[in-house]
Design a protein around this ligand. Structure first.
Ligand SMILES: Nc1ncnc2c1ncn2[C@@H]1O[C@H](COP(=O)(O)OP(=O)(O)OP(=O)(O)O)[C@@H](O)[C@H]1O
Length: 617
């Protein structure tokens, strides 16, 4: 073991963030969140406070010792003083080395190494465990980046508060109290101006800190507006250029930058003014104490040693004169950050597993929508008293105009949203009574908008079944007709074939290729219920015909619900269900529906280029 392992490892392993069991965050305010983590880290933060205070006590002892040495040497001469006060000198030496450096070192490691690393990691890990329980609607309402940055903000906010409360504040408090106490032992006239100076600084901090906090929030808002605008423009650059809108966008950005400059100037004005006030009060304290010191020396009420101690104390106090403001500001700012970010971490999820939820067991694969009602917002029903039974192994095509509620119905079956009224049952088991994970394990979904992770193609296919072997992955890719293009893949890091990365959200693949990877993934998953949301929409006719064969293979023996925008793709379904404004308006085989001459027949006639129109005029 190297020396650095021996020294640092105990501090690094003091807390193991990933082994702390998950505890839900309190929802009652920023202070309770803070308290939650203080309790979690109580041992180490108390140790941090104690070691910091020992460091400060060493400092005060040295000041006191210095005054005794100067006085002794000037009155007795060096030799007599050393002889007389040997043990005092030995004690001071022991404090200066090794006590002070050891405690200084331990306090700092606890602060930056143990707490500084473990606490944010713990908060991010536990925060993630809270966030992953949120239902899909939560992520739809927020930007993904926003959720991630809020986690980081809470982590920093809590860390700052704990560092202030258990390191800076106790140290500073002891410094102030100790300095006043030493000055009081010298003369109350010296202590009085310091007490007044402290009172002034506290009063001033109380007055200006709320204003500082408001200003810095305004600046932060302006800065994030700049970043947001730039990100929005850069990520939509193709559209901006297409509309030759560079100048318009630059004009909008100019306005935002101009406003931000003024806000930042105003923030700095407030800071600089406060700085002037604090520095002036500081200098005034110097003048008064030096004046009193000289007066004391002149009147011989003060010894040279005491005068030296006064100057030393003065020097240390004035060096920390900004601490009042800084600490006040940090506390306010961090509390604000925690408060802002809390809803992300503490909003209780709307859809949860019941404590007595069982795993869904699919024996036949019957799906029953029983008088289902659903509304995203309370005023508008999207699914309206819908009853539908999909028999085991039946293939049902869902057809309807845009906005009819087809995707919503599928989202309800996946329990991404909860039915407002009625029930959905799979093989007689109410979805609300089974675990969400078991439900989703039993449903394979091929969506229109295929999501791929920025990982290798093999890993993306393996997502369907994490324990699948390489051979199984390759077989699935072959069945989905993805093997040929995968063999040609090469990424920027020179990985090729199945190891090649697909780019952010699969950007390096064409729409059709992404869809084939997603088909391979679902083939591998081999779930008894299959949902196809216009599964072949991104493929050309030739590839579609090839894939359709594979899909037919995949659908064999499974219960299938297929949403179609091209009626040709669902011609082979057992039954077509036509939705309109959340209601079933027609159902039957394609032939029956055509003969019926209703909405389906009109959609069929109006199909242009094979697609259902958005509206019937
Ligand atoms: N997350 C949401 N929040 C609020 N309203 C929504 C949400 N998702 C969909 N809607 C609304 O619900 C209605 C049905 O939408 P849905 O996506 O189910 O229709 P669809 O039949 O699948 O349409 P398309 O064929 O265009 O995909 C629409 O009016 C839509 O605006």
């Amino acid at each position: 073991m190297s020396w650095s392992d021996a020294v640092y490892r105990p501090f690094e392993q003091f807390i193991r963030p990933l082994e702390i069991p998950y505890r839900p965050l309190p929802t009652t305010g920023a202070m309770s969140v803070l308290w939650h983590f203080i309790r979690m880290f109580r041992g180490v933060v108390i140790l941090m406070a104690i070691t910091s205070m020992v460091v400060e006590a060493c400092n005060l002892t040295i000041i006191w010792g210095l005054s005794a040495i100067v006085d002794g040497v000037t009155s007795q001469g060096v030799e007599a003083f050393v002889h007389d006060r040997f043990w005092l000198l030995a004690f001071l030496t022991f404090i200066i080395f090794p006590v002070m450096p050891i405690f200084f070192y331990v306090a700092n490691i606890l602060n930056s190494h143990t707490v500084g690393i473990s606490l944010p990691i713990t908060i991010q890990w536990q925060g993630h465990k809270a966030v992953e329980k949120q239902d899909l609607a939560f992520f739809h309402d927020l930007f993904a980046g926003q959720v991630a940055s809020r986690l980081g903000q809470v982590a920093n906010g809590v860390l700052q508060q704990i560092q202030i409360a258990f390191q800076s504040a106790p140290r500073f408090l002891l410094q102030i109290v100790g300095s006043v106490a030493i000055l009081l032992t010298l003369s109350w006239q010296l202590a009085l101006p310091v007490v007044l100076w402290i009172a002034f600084n506290i009063a001033y901090a109380i007055r200006v800190v709320p204003d500082f906090t408001a200003r810095s929030r305004r600046s932060a808002k302006q800065n994030s507006l700049i970043n947001g605008t730039l990100t929005d423009v850069y990520s939509n650059m193709q559209m901006v250029k297409q509309f030759a809108a560079e100048d318009t966008e630059a004009g909008a950005l100019r306005k935002i930058l101009g406003k931000a400059t003024t806000t930042l100037h105003h923030e700095q004005r407030a800071y600089r003014t406060a700085e002037l006030v604090v520095v002036s009060a500081n200098m005034l304290l110097w003048l008064v104490l030096l004046g009193l010191g000289f007066w004391g020396l002149y009147r011989t009420t003060l010894t040279v040693g005491e005068f030296v101690a006064t100057v030393y104390i003065l020097q240390r106090l004035s060096a920390s004169s900004f601490t009042f403001l800084q600490m006040g500001q940090q506390i306010f700012k961090a509390l604000g950050t925690i408060k802002d970010a809390m809803p992300v971490l503490t909003t209780p999820p709307q859809i949860t597993d019941r404590p007595d939820a069982l795993d869904l067991t699919v024996t036949r694969g019957e799906i029953h929508f029983d008088r289902v009602n659903f509304a995203y917002t309370s005023d508008k029903r999207v699914i309206d008293d819908l009853t539908l039974t999909v028999k085991p192994g039946e293939k049902v095509g869902l057809v309807g105009l845009s906005g009819a509620g087809k995707t919503t119905l599928v989202n309800l079956l996946l329990r991404f949203y909860e039915v407002t009224d009625g029930a959905i049952r799979v093989d007689g088991q109410d979805l609300r009574h089974v675990t969400q994970a078991s439900l989703r394990r039993n449903i394979g979904l091929i969506a229109q908008d295929v999501a791929l992770l920025h990982r290798s193609v093999a890993d993306n296919i393996r997502y369907g079944r994490p324990d699948a072997s390489t051979t199984e992955i390759e077989e699935a890719a072959r069945a989905a007709q993805a093997d040929a293009f995968i063999a040609d893949l090469r990424d920027g890091e020179k990985r090729s074939g199945y190891d090649a990365f697909v780019g952010d959200r699969g950007i390096r693949l064409s729409g059709g290729q992404r869809q084939r990877v997603s088909i391979a993934r679902v083939l591998l998953k081999n779930a008894p219920i299959l949902i196809l949301d216009e599964a072949t929409s991104a493929l050309d006719s030739e590839a579609e015909a090839a894939i359709q064969d594979r899909l037919n293979l995949l659908m064999e023996g499974k219960t299938v619900i297929a949403i179609a925008h091209r009626l040709s793709t669902i011609a082979r379904m057992d039954r077509i269900v036509v939705l309109d404004q959340g209601k079933i308006v027609e159902e039957g085989t394609p032939e029956e529906l055509l003969a019926h001459n209703g909405l389906y027949a009109r959609l069929w006639q109006r199909q242009t280029g094979g697609f259902i129109p958005d509206q019937l005029g």
